[in-house]
Each structure stands twice: as structure tokens, then as C-alpha cells.
Design a protein around this ligand. Structure first.
Ligand code: BV8
Length: 225
């Protein structure tokens, strides 16, 4: 086996104290998706959206990588073949765990994007609605996050990786959101073995060859060793 493709979701950061989306009291319980994670919501109330991501950026800065993040970094360092990590998460805990290759398909809290000229730059810890773009100087800075209805980043490269995967592992994601929830079917199409790590089977759990039930901080170190 020489290529492992990994997809992670909010569940891998849950034990670092970062809220998931659909759990009781999760992020979407406190806010409506259409108000804080769509371009229309940002156009309607940029301050609400910018403050939502400022709060998550501050939380992520306070959080630490957990044994699940560290296990994946250990796998990447020790595996003789290629490990590609695709995350739906916008925190930087994979990087801070030592993972060298992280594809943030839904963007990252550490990034800012210009809604006018598409310029991207490192986000300040606290963004304000109407911050100006350092490139075009217009007051059109927004969080560099892929919202619903927007095209995730690096999709061509991601499908390239999936077509060459020998193993596809999906960790801590509920299988609600596409195109990420469709990756297991894509990997299977090319003959990959597939394994899911979750507290319970996800909405696409039946498509996996193997499911490891339990907290990622326990199931991943066992899998990696
Ligand atoms: C697009 C950034 C097209 C924001 C996010 C109808 C059918 C199918 C698709 C659609 C549809 N209607 C609309 C769509 C498309 C839509 C979509 O899928 N909607 C869903 C809701 C139906 N998708 C999109 O819009 C995507 N774009 O399709 O573009 C296009 C084409 C052409 C041109 C332009 C566009 C873009 C989606 C990206 C949205 N942005 N994130 C932010 O982070 O604030 S999505 C957001 O939810 C998160 O980023 C995350 O990626 C995503 C999924 O959440 P999960 O990570 O799975 O988290 P969740 O809480 O749901 O689950 C946590 C899991 O962890 C649970 O299973 C739990 O059991 C487990 N867990 C908990 N603790 C642990 C654990 N597991 C292990 N250990 C633990 N300790």
C-alpha cells in the first residue's frame, strides 16, 4: 500500500474543546447556517458573520491538538508511502500537531479573502466588517471560509488523490455535507479500502469496509500503531 488519503471533520477537534456542528448545543444550534455560513448571510449582516469567525479563531488559538491529531502526524512521519490529509475543519490543529500536508477544502480561520478581487492574506486575530483589502484597498475583506453554495478549494487535486488512494480513512464527520460526503464512494470506485472513525456510523457509514467506533483520541493511536 503506498497512498493513504484521509478526510477529517469537526469530530477530530471535538476532544480539543472545539464545538462540532450538529451535536447538541453545537455550532449550528447557536446560529442558523444561512445566517453565518452563506455568502447571503455575510451580505445581510457582515458584522454577525465576522464576529462568529472571530470567536472561533479565538477558541482555536486556545485549543491544543489532541491524541487523534498527533496520531495522524505520527502516521505521516512513519508511513513509507504518501499520506494526504484533507480537512473540512477550519482550525489549524493538524498543522500544530506537526502534519506537514493539510488541504483545507473549506478554507481556514487563519485566512482572509477579498470579496472584490479574490486576494488572500493571513487574517488578523480579530477581523472587522469592512476591513480593507491590502491588494485593492476596497472595504471587502471576509473570512477565507468556504460557505454553503461556494465551491470548496482544490477539488481537482482532491479527486486526483482519491483516484490513486489505496486506503481512504474518514474521521469525525457526519456525512451531511457534500462534496466531502461523496469522497468515500469516489475512493471505492478506484478500489481503495475504506475505514470510518466516529462515535457512531455517519450518514455514509454503510459505504465503508470497516468502521472503528469510539473517540478519535482512542481509535486513531491504535490504528496508527
Ligand atoms: C458546494 C465552513 C457547489 C464553514 C462548511 C442537497 C443535497 C446534497 C448537497 C447539497 C444539497 N443542498 C445543498 C447542497 C450542497 C451543500 C451541502 O452539502 N449542504 C448540506 C447541508 C445538505 N454543500 C455546499 O454548499 C458545498 N459547496 O456544493 O458547491 C458549487 C458548484 C458550482 C459552483 C459553486 C458551488 C460547500 C460546503 C462547505 C460549507 N462550509 N464549513 C464553517 O466551518 O463555519 S461545512 C461545515 O459542516 C464544516 O466545515 C464541516 O465541514 C461540515 C460537516 O460537518 P462535520 O465536520 O461532519 O461536523 P458534524 O458536527 O456534522 O459531525 C461531527 C461528527 O464527528 C459526528 O459524526 C460525530 O459523531 C463525530 N464525533 C464527535 N466527536 C467525536 C467524533 N468522532 C470521533 N471522535 C470524537 N471524539
Amino acid at each position: 500500500m503506498n497512498k493513504i488519503v484521509i478526510l477529517t471533520g469537526a469530530g477530530i477537534s471535538a476532544e480539543s474543546g472545539l464545538g462540532t456542528f450538529r451535536a447538541e448545543g453545537g455550532l449550528w444550534a447557536q446560529h442558523k447556517i444561512e445566517d453565518v455560513a452563506t455568502p447571503e448571510g455575510f451580505a445581510r449582516d457582515p458584522r454577525l458573520v465576522v464576529d462568529f469567525y472571530n470567536a472561533r479563531r479565538a477558541q482555536a488559538a486556545e485549543a491544543s491538538p489532541n491524541a487523534g491529531h498527533l496520531a495522524l502526524a505520527k502516521l505521516e512521519a512513519a508511513f513509507p508511502g504518501e499520506v494526504v490529509l484533507i480537512t473540512q475543519n477550519v482550525d489549524d490543529l493538524h498543522e500544530r500537531a506537526g502534519m506537514s500536508r493539510v488541504m483545507h477544502m473549506h478554507g481556514a480561520l487563519s485566512g482572509a479573502l477579498c470579496a472584490a478581487c479574490d486576494h488572500r492574506w493571513p487574517a488578523p486575530m480579530v477581523m472587522a466588517a469592512g476591513d480593507s483589502c491590502p491588494n485593492c484597498q476596497r472595504p471587502s475583506a471576509r473570512p477565507d471560509i468556504v460557505w454553503f453554495g461556494e465551491m470548496p478549494y482544490d477539488m481537482d487535486e482532491i479527486f486526483e488523490h482519491l483516484s490513486g488512494a489505496d486506503m481512504f480513512a474518514s474521521i469525525g464527520t457526519s456525512g451531511n455535507v457534500y462534496p466531502a460526503a461523496g469522497f468515500v464512494a469516489e475512493a471505492r470506485r478506484f478500489g481503495a479500502r475504506t475505514v470510518e472513525f466516529n462515535l457512531e456510523p455517519s450518514l455514509v457509514g454503510s459505504q465503508f469496509d470497516d468502521i472503528r467506533i469510539g473517540p478519535a483520541t482512542q481509535t486513531l493511536p491504535v490504528w496508527v500503531d
